[in-house]
Write a protein that binds this ligand. Sequence first.
Ligand code: ACO
Length: 396
Amino acid sequence: MSRSESAEIRHARTGLVFRPGLEGVPATQSSICDIDGHEGKLSYRGYALDDLAAHCSFLETTYLLIWGELPTPQQLRDFEHEVQMHRRVSFRVRDMMKCFPSDGHPMDALQSSAASLGLFYSRRAIDDPQYIYDAVVRLIAKIPTMVAAFQLIRKGQDPIQPRDDLAYSANFLYMLTEREPDPLASRVFDRCLILHAEHSLNASTFSARVTASTLTDPYAVVASAVGTLAGPLHGGANEDVLAMLDEIGTADRAADYLDAAMASKRKVMGFGHREYRVKDPRAVILQTLAEELFARFGHDEMYDVARALEVAAESRLGPKGIYPNVDFYSGLVYRKLAIPRDLFTPVFAIARVAGWLAHWREQLGANRIFRPSQIYTGSSMRQWSPLEDRLPSAST
Ligand code: ACO
């Protein structure tokens, strides 16, 4: 369905107006994140993303998103300490993960293990500030440990324990690769987490808010959001971008690939965004991060293919307001950091849990259960008939 076709459908009987994909329909009020899709600007709690990515750590940004203000030095130290203390996951969660199929997708493993935390921390006291704080700390602390654990478990190894002397991002890369990471790699990864931490009412955050509105526990909120993030039209696109760049192969084939994709109405992965009519500001920063890594650790020819595709898309997709989104360059960064392809979306989830939890708190602050209406398009009332009298209909 084209953008113009999808604009609005009015129901004759009720007068209700349906906008497919809820495009342009405000479904909540929020003070967490602001997007200017025409200028390509993004801010968290009123702070420009560029400033946060340049000067803050991911945990500092997480604190800002969830509690609304940048932390003082003492507040940050306390938060970092609490997160560090809760990084380990119970041996029972690890044992459960050992029963997962080793060829299962890590997003499915993450969704199941995130949901299982609700079993271990089952006191659902969402009006108790201490419960909320503890749940935030646990989820921020344990999600990376679970992502890294599944990576080792599926290779037939035992997960390694977090290291208390390593900061959040360095520790994740260590648990994943079993090597202490280079400081530049850790800093670049931390910035990637900041860039992915929040993005207003995207599909997974909407899912989180709908789940939160039922007053269920925060582990269920995060698990539902993880499931939503996994799809190829959302977080799963970063994995597909590299598959597409592989398929293109060399930079000189990018324009032909694009022409063929457009002729057959295939979506170009990592391009397009409901909110942006210009290049996604996160893609701009991710591109510079990729270049920093290439300058230090060696060039990646796949980057040349990506650049050629972006240049070719300028004249073909640009006029429709379709430009690279956050997923276009993130995979190239993660590839240079030796993160396996099918962990790209779980890594996205590690970051986005900050945004989901910020929205969880905000939803609880002024809750009304989500219950939209629908426009019924089914049959009018029909006469029931006994089983033995029924004939196959034309459609069966
Ligand atoms: N490649 C080619 N054409 C595109 C693309 C694309 N990536 N994205 C949109 N279009 C075209 C559509 O074909 C359509 O054209 P038409 O009006 O001539 O029919 C028009 O742009 C509008 O497209 P929609 O799919 O209606 O736009 P929507 O806002 O619903 O979709 C989405 C946004 C899902 C991100 C879409 O751009 C897409 O599928 N992109 C590829 C997948 C992707 O990269 N997803 C990650 C998004 S970022 C994130 O979620 C973290």
